[in-house]
Design a protein around this ligand. Sequence first.
Ligand code: KIV
Length: 279
Amino acid sequence: MDRKKVMIPDLIAKKRAGKKITMLTAYDYPTAKLADGAGIDCILVGDSLGMVVLGYDSTVPVTMDEMIHHSKAVRRGTKYAFLIGDMPFMSYQVSAEEAVRNAGRFMKEACCDAVKLEGGYEVLGVTKAIIDAGIPVLGHLGLTPQTVSKLGGYKVQGADSRTAKKLLDQALKLEEAGSFAIVLECVPDRVAGYITGKLKIPTISCGAGPSCDGQVLVTNDMLGLFDRFVPRFVKQYARLSVSISDAFRKYKAEVESGKFPGPEHLFSIKDEELKKLKR
Ligand code: KIV
């Protein structure tokens, strides 16, 4: 069967048909190619880049230039998936004009299909401005890591009726502003399910349970490549850090013992040519 590039109407159709949307993060060409080849619907170049690839303590230091550099590599590995660039902290907070300009960089320089930005009431204006400029926006509510300092830590959001109502209200307002979908991060599953039922646009769960219209995981977490901490909502589908570390140790031992390189890794030269060389 011919595979078509995923577009926003396909995501909305999945919600309507009760079919789940799959999303993973990628930060480089080979990972994007593998996710795309596995049939993942959406690839997010998350600003989680800062923690899982660049070694920062949080997502706050990530810059626009770093995001664009990695998004370009991911674009080259992505043929069918819907590609979303994550707007880093302070790329959309200062003014709507700056937000539109930065969102535009994701589209023009990295050929993304959409951008994501974190927040509710405080980003309604910039969300509208970016959409008015012709750029689709994915919302992000609940635990918003860029403002973790304001939230008082990496904690569940919407766990009482007052904060859950506020989350629902913000989700409805983001939908009204034109967002094509919303990520719900670290939200109790029954709250996320309730919000999902109230929206026409899809919700994507990041630790918000199975009732959302789709799921997203940070690829390095689900592959067991980032061991600094593993959030409770992450399922590790592989333990790549163990495999990689074993391979590195084996390589070191084989180089030191002379086992690598073996005869199968060598290039040949004819005897007479070697004789001439040594003459
Ligand atoms: O930065 C990121 O990877 C994200 C996802 C976890 C949703 O925002």
